[in-house]
Design a protein around this ligand. Structure first.
Ligand SMILES: CC(=O)[C@@H](O)[C@H](O)COP(=O)(O)O
Ligand SMILES: NCC(=O)COP(=O)(O)O
Length: 247
């Protein structure tokens, strides 16, 4: 098939908030690695896990088990700190997505300021690349940030969809334009944050986007429908939206 709708669209399932539930009681369940296995069995194309500096959800041992036990690409989200770069170099996940982190934040509130921190980010990107990781930068859909991501040597940008999910005016246009710009610079384009059954279609229909990473909604909805069912439904919605734009 040719045309814009023929491009690949993968679903990466973020299992962080299975670990949030586990950590609420300090025991071993629910197990985020078992959730990852179920998600993959239901059609997830990859697993995303964010090792926060404060270890509020995913822990080092979870990542080691995800790497050893899950037969799907692992996308490790991380801050660009010396500690995290060393862990990623040891773990060698398929991809490393560098995100901004503020210890007191409830969630990842915005994208990385790549243009303002290019000098400090470039060595981390180079180190991770040298270890064979595909480096992704989690950025707002801002033309300056897209250009800076290409300039520091990233292979991928993940566009932060949080403002879009909150209904900010004009955000879908910014996402479309940023995706087009990134693809024209040779970057692979991903997107994620705050996506749900109700808002995923317009983002999935952006032809340059190759991957969506979705977590909080899927884990929450799984309480009602089961994890396998919500992963299947999300993939179906994404692929239907993408098919709707094929020429
Ligand atoms: C970077 C990102 O968007 C995800 O990691 C998401 O933030 C889930 O983790 P938190 O809810 O801890 O931010
Ligand atoms: N990078 C975005 C991600 O992994 C999932 O974000 P969310 O769906 O948990 O908001």
């Amino acid at each position: 098939m040719t045309g814009p709708g023929s491009k690949i669209l993968r679903l990466g399932v973020n299992i962080d908030h299975v670990a949030t539930l586990r950590n609420a009681r300090g025991g071993s369940g629910p197990d985020p690695v078992a959730a990852a296995a179920l998600a993959v069995a239901a059609g997830a194309d990859g697993i995303t896990a964010h090792l926060r500096e404060d270890r509020r959800h995913i822990r080092d041992a979870d990542l080691a088990r995800l790497r050893a036990e899950i037969r799907a690409p692992l996308n490790m989200e991380m801050a660009a700190t010396e500690e995290m770069v060393a862990i990623a170099c040891d773990l060698r996940p398929h991809a490393c997505c560098i995100v901004p982190e503020r210890r007191e934040e409830v969630t990842t509130e915005g994208g990385l300021d790549v243009s303002g921190q290019a000098a400090s980010l470039a060595p981390s990107v180079a180190t991770l690349r040298a270890r064979g990781c595909r480096v992704s930068l989690f950025i707002d859909p801002d033309p300056r940030q897209v250009a800076a991501a290409a300039a520091v040597g990233a292979a991928v940008v993940e566009l932060h969809t949080g403002a879009y999910a909150e209904g900010v005016d004009g955000e879908i246009t910014r996402l479309r334009e940023a995706a087009r710009q990134a693809a024209s610079l040779g970057l692979e384009v991903h997107a994620g944050h705050g996506l749900s059954f109700g808002n995923v279609a317009p983002v999935a229909a952006i032809p340059e986007i190759a991957e969506l990473n979705i977590g909080h909604f899927l884990i929450g909805q799984a309480v009602f429908d089961g994890l396998e069912s919500v992963v299947r439904e999300m993939r179906a919605l994404m692929l239907a939206a993408r098919a709707s734009i094929s020429g």
